[in-house]
Design a protein. Structure first.
Lengths: 313, 265
């Protein structure tokens, strides 16, 4: 990264020292060793792969993305080249950069998640993220796994048995009582939790054509509209968890990122803002966090005080 | 805020047996080489360059390759299109002696470029090639412009490709700058013929979002996004690529090697 020599953005996460707390979320770039490198060079401290499944998936027929005043609706449909090809890209990236990678895995049942984790643990990644939550393939796969405490716990436990790498569970906001689901993941052995995946699904309508804008009809909502919800969920969950939280959802400015850290996140994902403001937004957010630390006289990202938990009614 | 519009097709014009130009009054400015994500509300949204732009009316020349482009090119006046864009980095018109080399539908953005170079006071030579004579697109438009136009059909006479013909044209007169668009195999064959000449190529990669977030269109090893940092790339950017002329990625993100290119490495 081309920042001033000040090291205040450096952040520890599950035994790794990262140059910035900003994370490239799964599904944003992250398709190839080139795009992972690109993200690292643009200022992310940790990069995540596209969610990888056992077999390649071409994803949905377009349009798969659409913009609205509050952000973006997407239904890419978890396109990915499959775990084996995906891990080859991770290996090329690690060989070229030595940087850590969060390898995102996607399946719909415990045996497949376990098999994916087994292969990922033989690869060059540093951490595993279990995408338990994507809403935009719901028709195909039923309710998101992340809506059920028992399913989340069962999958995390199965994966932990075969996995030498730290495991992070990515949860969906589309569930009731997220703190109890997050706790279930922790009790099953998760080393961290990522919050939140896209909200919804939602719908946008083309009023001239009188049809949905997205060809798959519905899509997950991301971007500024979901920031307040993401902050609340991260705040509530991190309040009850011992393991670290990767917070994301609508973060678009330095102040948004500081809010996410104050809500209790250890690292902060920045995804949709790359469309809305361009890739330069990553360095702007890094700068914004740094300016906040300097202004408030806080020596490091980890020193940002957490918001106190309120009294639940 | 919203970068998507829905418009009715204002006019259409057949371009030989395999292609059609769709005209829309889109009220947007599109620079040569930029593209639009085009959808027809029946499934599919794909990138297309703009071949003509005059007084707010845009022309999109669609050549039939597969199911989506077949449906698009048989659309009629009054049909509804969804357009997102314009996206991507355009060509830079130069005022000198410019050679434009197009293969197949790659000629489409070069038509808009030729007009921009002429307007900037440059001199233009165009070389257009396709497999058969009636697949050569927009020849009538180029012939109406004050430029030097050459075309070749690979199934006729000497069987010259656009690259062969461009090499002959360059032997006669060395241009100041070369622009090319077309199948990547053509671009890869052209590059060694250019020696130290400066150039810009327009690349095609599988696109889903068109706005730089999905990662579909990224190149290795630099990770540049063809939908944002491209589709038009400068010589320096192309020379850094390991995938140029070797492989691209399909809808799943898996590598697809070009015919003749070896995996490995
Ligand atoms: C920047 C850019 C500008 C283009 N400009 C034009 C143009 O002006 N005129 C024109 O006729 N064609 C143009 N194309 C190509 C056009 O996008 C494809 O022909 C079209 O997507 C084919 O879709 P299909 O379903 O008919 O074919 P398919 O049978 O699906 O595929 C045929 C070919 O098109 C490619 N293709 C399919 N889907 C996509 C996609 N989403 N993104 C990129 N490539 C794809 C495939 O890899 C294959 O090589 C352009 C492509 C790009 C990337
Ligand atoms: C285009 C797009 C594709 C995504 N793909 C994935 C994915 O494959 N796996 C996953 O876990 N999350 C995926 N997500 C969700 C993001 O990782 C992130 O959780 C969400 O977008 C909220 O962050 P943001 O508002 O900063 O984008 C995707 C989001 C977008 C916008
Ligand atoms: S098409 Fe999505 S990044 Fe270029």
């Amino acid at each position: 990264m081309n920042h001033s020599p000040n090291h205040s953005l450096r952040t520890e996460f599950l035994g790794q020292s990262l140059p910035s707390p900003l994370v490239l979320p799964s599904g944003i770039l992250g398709m190839s060793h080139g795009s992972l490198r690109y993200a690292l060079e643009k200022g992310y401290g940790l990069v995540t792969t596209k969610s990888l499944s056992l077999s390649p998936r071409e994803g949905h027929e377009g349009p798969v993305v659409a913009r609205f005043a509050g952000g973006v609706l997407n239904s890419l449909g978890l396109c990915n080249p499959g775990i084996d090809e995906g891990l080859r890209e991770v290996a090329r990236f690690v060989e070229a950069t030595g940087a850590p990678v969060l390898v995102s895995l996607f399946a719909v049942n415990r045996p497949d998640f376990v098999e994916l984790a087994r292969r990922a643990c033989d690869g060059a990644g540093s951490f595993i993220e279990l995408n338990l939550s994507c809403p935009n393939v719901m028709d195909e796969f039923g309710v998101p796994l992340a809506a059920s405490r028992d399913l989340v716990a069962d999958i995390v436990e199965g994966v932990k048995k075969v996995c030498r790498l730290p495991v992070v569970a990515k949860l969906s906001p589309n569930a009731l009582d997220l703190p109890s689901i997050a706790l279930a993941a922790q009790e099953a052995g998760a080393d961290g939790v990522t919050l939140i995946n896209t909200l919804g699904p939602g719908l946008l309508i083309d009023t001239t054509a009188r049809k949905p804008v997205l060809h798959p009809r519905f899509g997950g909502i991301s971007g500024p509209a979901i920031l307040p919800l993401a902050l609340k969920i991260v705040h509530e969950c991190s309040g009850v968890l011992k393991v670290p939280v990767i917070g994301m959802g609508g973060v678009s400015t330095g102040d948004d990122a500081v809010q996410m850290l104050m809500a209790g996140a250890s690292l902060v994902g920045v995804g949709t803002a790359v469309w809305l403001s361009g890739i330069g937004v990553v360095d702007e957010i890094n700068l914004g966090i740094r300016e906040y630390l300097e202004r408030e006289g806080i020596p490091s990202v980890a020193g940002i005080p957490k918001l106190e938990t309120g009294h639940e009614r | 805020m919203n970068d998507r519009i829905t418009v009715r097709i204002a006019d259409t014009r057949p371009e030989g047996p395999k292609a059609t130009t769709l005209y829309v009054d889109a009220g947007m400015e599109v620079l040569p080489g930029q593209f639009l994500m085009v959808a027809d509300f029946a499934g599919g949204e794909k990138p297309f360059s703009v071949s003509e732009a005059e007084g707010g009316r845009l022309g999109i020349t669609v050549r039939e390759y597969g199911p989506f482009s077949r449906r698009l090119r048989s659309m009629e006046k009054g049909g509804l299109l969804s357009l997102r864009g314009p996206y991507g980095r355009p060509f830079t018109p130069r005022p000198g002696d410019c050679l434009l080399v197009g293969g197949g539908s790659g000629i489409a953005p070069l038509h808009l470029l030729a007009r921009a170079i002429l307007a900037a006071g440059g001199r233009v030579t165009v070389v257009s090639g396709a497999r058969t004579r009636d697949e050569i697109l927009l020849g009538d438009r180029f012939r109406r412009l004050p430029l030097d136009y050459h075309e070749t059909a690979e199934d006729e006479g000497e069987g010259l490709t656009a690259v062969d013909l461009a090499a002959r044209v360059m032997e006669r007169k060395r241009p100041d700058f070369v622009y090319a668009a077309g199948p990547e195999g053509m671009l890869a064959a052209l590059r060694p013929r250019l020696g130290d000449l400066d150039y810009q190529f327009s690349l095609e990669r599988y696109m889903k979002c068109g706005v730089g977030i999905c990662g579909s269109c990224t190149c290795d090893p630099t990770g540049i996004r063809i939908c944002v940092e491209g589709p038009v790339l400068d010589r320096d950017r192309i020379e850094e690529l390991e995938d140029f002329g070797r492989y691209k990625r399909d809808a799943s993100g898996a590598r697809v090697y070009f015919p003749g290119a070896l995996p490995g490495a």
